[in-house]
Design a binder for this molecule. Sequence first.
Ligand SMILES: *[C@@H]1O[C@H](CO)[C@@H](O)[C@H](O)[C@H]1NC(C)=O
Length: 333
Amino acid sequence: MRRGVLIFLIINITIIAFLVHSVWTLLSLLVVDGSADAISRAELPAPGSNLIDGRPQLIPKIIHQTYINTSIPERWQGPQKTCIDLHTPQDGWEYKLWTDAMSRDFIAAEYPWFLKTFDGYEFPIQRADAIRYFVLAHFGGIYIDLDDGCNRSLEPLLSYPAWVHRTIPTGISNDAMGCVPQHPFFMHVMDSLPKYDRKWILPYITVMATTGPLFLSVMWRHWSSDGLNVGDAQVRVLFPDEYFNHPWSFFTHHLGNSWHGDDARFIFWMAKHWMFLTFAGFLAAGVVFAALWYAYGRFVLGMSWKGQVTRRRLPFWRKPNNIDYELVQRHEV
Ligand SMILES: *[C@@H]1O[C@H](CO)[C@@H](O)[C@H](O)[C@H]1NC(C)=O
């Protein structure tokens, strides 16, 4: 092989390897389903079962929710009430609604190193995302989005040091999750927030990747692949059937997500067609590769597009030898 071809191939392979490496975590999220960490339905006692009292209670009985202020919009008052009614102070539960003002005061007082990032977020939803990790890791408890209602008491979910909610097709969400105070996974999440604070082109991607479900999914993926998801540091996973839509599920979901814009609809479209898009991506990579190959032959080696040698002497896959040179030279005379 000619040296030029070798360099061409090495450059291309390096570029492809770099691209694959940079999206490796995302690609692996498509295939890693977290079932090894699933909270199985067999171990979850039914609502009201006597088994519930016998289980360890590791997570403190605190429910955290967040909103701009205390005037919760009407469409969320119903779901909010179902959670409050099922977890009463008589049963030892505490309810905390984190308003914007309370959230900022809390960060300023307890985690001042984060205040600059917190205040600097462009979108309010980023602060709403970030604060849930901080209050969870600080106090322990269960965080629930305001557009989620409770279908049964969450007591059985107190038996795990930490759990998150699996979403389909990939990753986990940050709409409901629980942990003990200072759980290592959530402290790692807090530590990582400033590093992930970047601007992406679309607001939706920025929110998802800096503080939202995509950010948390990447954290979760690394936590496993780095071998940290073991023992008390293990993060268990609540799968969709245990999450909602069944009599034994813990939550009900109400349409919410008022912050989604047009770019979000575009991303949802992409998520729905990810198989096609992956295929299209590979096809595009192939076309680029072919184009580079052609350009290499055309301009570096001086071949016409039918493969005839015009400027230089030889097709690049042939080793030069004396006869070729002689022939070429004769032609030129
Ligand atoms: C709470 O925030 C909403 C939305 O910004 C606003 O319309 C409402 O007046 C606020 N309520 C209070 C009590 O400040």
